[in-house]
Design a protein around this ligand. Structure first.
Ligand code: ATP
Ligand code: MG
Ligand code: ZN
Length: 499
């Protein structure tokens, strides 16, 4: 038997099987029972909350041969054909792929034709907000004078894009996100039925992550289950397969941001990257975390927190007195923008690091006149009149050249390298210094991939193979003595540039 995705296998087939959406379900079921269905409905609400499912239940109800208490029987041939998608008089149109006037004209012609197979024709137009203006106008005409025995059910996740003229012709039902409790309950039914052992923490995590969408909850369960290939699913499995980070991690990261601890921010992110987490996913999770934090500030424990578990809540409680809500809101915006940008961007890690640093700056302004980490950057090295100006300049020029060449190859490598400083080149080895606080950068640069990028850049500039060595310098040395140090180490002759 072909494998059937959980979310399809678990599509509610009767009103009674729908989770949540009580008002909608009751109203529609009563209308069916009393034969008072309207000709046009608009179902709006987030994805995976039951719009198409309920549309199909209505389609069955108006064609069922054994309707009982407003519920379709799911046994008669009409019900079965509709469940299998083989019923001629239930027409599903995906407006996302059929946006234009032709499709709607076609619909207008066919709509007059009497039902071929059943008692009523039902048009289900999904993602109806995608229709063009012309198509909307054509649809409007059809809805204004609907033939008998035809019901239109328009569904959308973006109801604000539906013209008022259409909306006013429809009975509108707003679908809501399902609560974590509702999703938890359904997930445990599904798991029990399919012999999946979902550890309570895994269950809760999945339910939270679904963010009110039942389809997403079931799809995630599906994905983890088929990946794992055994029957028992732990919280760790969920985190791993979904590429998520746990509460404690995010709390640690945000704590570093709030205290402007840049090296820790970079270090924590580096750990996540090295475990294979994606920059975009991290940005999204950070956004959800910040969102929950905001909600927690506003509504406290009563807030319906989407991702935050116990550990995060403890963190919110502990931090809340020191947080400025405006800044938190700004931070959330920055993080959401970043998540958006990261969908299309190369040099991903770099962008994410910058975003966290930008947020850290927000909170440093909040604390005091204390300079932010961005301004804190080392003052330009004091010019020592006796230093060999020419070789300093030569060295700076070489460093800039190396940086530019690396940047062209790979931005993330450049982001790591730019925090270092060129000491010099000796015996086919380049020496690059990092401040102690930049352990993370140094270590990442020592990784093969980054070394190779640097190696290629050096070969282009120097015309030969050059190894790289990364050295720690104390912070105070770094700022002022670095040039002197370089000269001591290597002698001024050793800084060479070749065009
Ligand atoms: N309210 C619900 N009760 C039970 N299951 C649900 C509910 N909503 C969604 N589901 C589950 O999610 C699947 C998809 O739901 P459905 O197609 O009805 O969502 P939708 O609201 O039309 O989403 P979209 O906007 O993405 O089209 C269903 O097959 C079912 O497994
Ligand atoms: Mg749908
Ligand atoms: Zn039936």
């Amino acid at each position: 038997m072909a494998y059937l995705a959980l979310y399809r296998a678990w599509r509610p087939r009767r009103f009674a099987e729908v989770v949540g959406q009580e008002k909608t379900v009751t109203a529609l079921r009563n209308a069916v029972r009393e034969g008072k269905l309207s000709h046009a409905y608009l179902f709006s609400g987030p994805r995976g909350t039951g719009k198409t499912s309920i549309a199909k239940i209505i389609a069955k109800a108006v064609n069922c041969e054994n309707l009982s208490e407003g519920e379709p029987c799911n046994q008669c041939s009409s019900c079965q054909d509709i469940n299998n998608g083989n019923f001629m008089d239930v027409i599903e149109i995906d407006a996302a792929s059929n946006r234009g006037i032709d499709e709607i004209r076609d619909l207008r012609e066919k709509v007059r034709v009497l039902p071929a197979q059943g008692k009523n024709k039902v048009y289900i137009i999904d993602e109806v907000h995608m229709l063009t203006t012309e198509a909307f106008n054509a649809l409007l005409k059809t809805i204004e004078e609907p033939p008998d025995a035809v019901i239109f059910i328009l569904a959308t996740t973006e109801s604000h894009k539906i013209p008022a003229t259409i909306r006013s012709r429809c009975q509108v039902y707003n679908f809501r996100r399902l609560t974590t409790a509702e999703i938890t309950e359904r997930l445990s039914d599904v798991a029990a039925n399919d012999g999946i052992i979902l550890e309570p923490e895994a269950l809760l995590l999945l339910a939270r992550r679904a963010n009110g969408g039942m389809r997403d909850a079931l799809s995630m369960l599906d994905q983890i289950y088929s990946y794992k290939g055994n029957n028992s699913i732990s919280k760790q499995d969920v985190l791993e397969v979904m590429g998520l980070v746990d509460d404690a991690f995010m709390a640690q990261l945000i704590a570093a941001v709030l205290s402007q601890d840049t090296p820790s921010i970079i270090g924590i992110l580096g750990t996540a990257f090295s475990q294979g987490k994606e920059a975009q996913q991290l940005a999204r999770e950070a956004s959800m975390f910040l969102r929950d934090f905001l909600l927690y500030l506003v509504a406290g424990k009563e807030a319906d927190l989407v991702v935050a578990g116990e550990e995060s809540q403890a963190f919110f409680e502990q931090q809340k007195s020191q947080i400025n809500m405006q800044n938190l809101l700004r931070a959330l915006r920055i993080m959401m923008d970043t998540a958006d940008k990261l969908r299309f961007s190369e040099g991903q890690k770099y962008l994410l690091e910058i975003a966290f640093m930008e947020i850290a700056t927000l909170f440093s302004e909040e604390k005091s006149a204390q300079p932010s980490f961005l301004e804190e950057k080392k003052p330009k090295k004091k010019a020592d009149p006796r230093a060999k100006a020419s070789s300093n300049e030569a060295q700076d020029a070489l460093w800039n050249k190396i940086l530019a060449a690396v940047k062209e190859k790979k931005i993330p490598t450049h982001a790591l390298l730019v925090q270092g400083k060129l000491l010099g080149i000796k015996d086919d080895t380049v020496y690059i210094a990092y401040k102690k606080g930049y352990k993370f950068h140094k270590e990442r640069m020592e990784e093969r991939g980054n070394r190779e990028i640097l190696g290629q850049a050096l070969k282009e500039i120097m015309g030969r193979d050059i190894e790289s060595q990364f050295i720690f310098l104390d912070d105070d040395q770094y700022n002022d003595i670095i040039v002197k140090k370089a000269l001591e180490f290597f002698g001024e002759e050793l800084v060479e540039i070749k065009d």
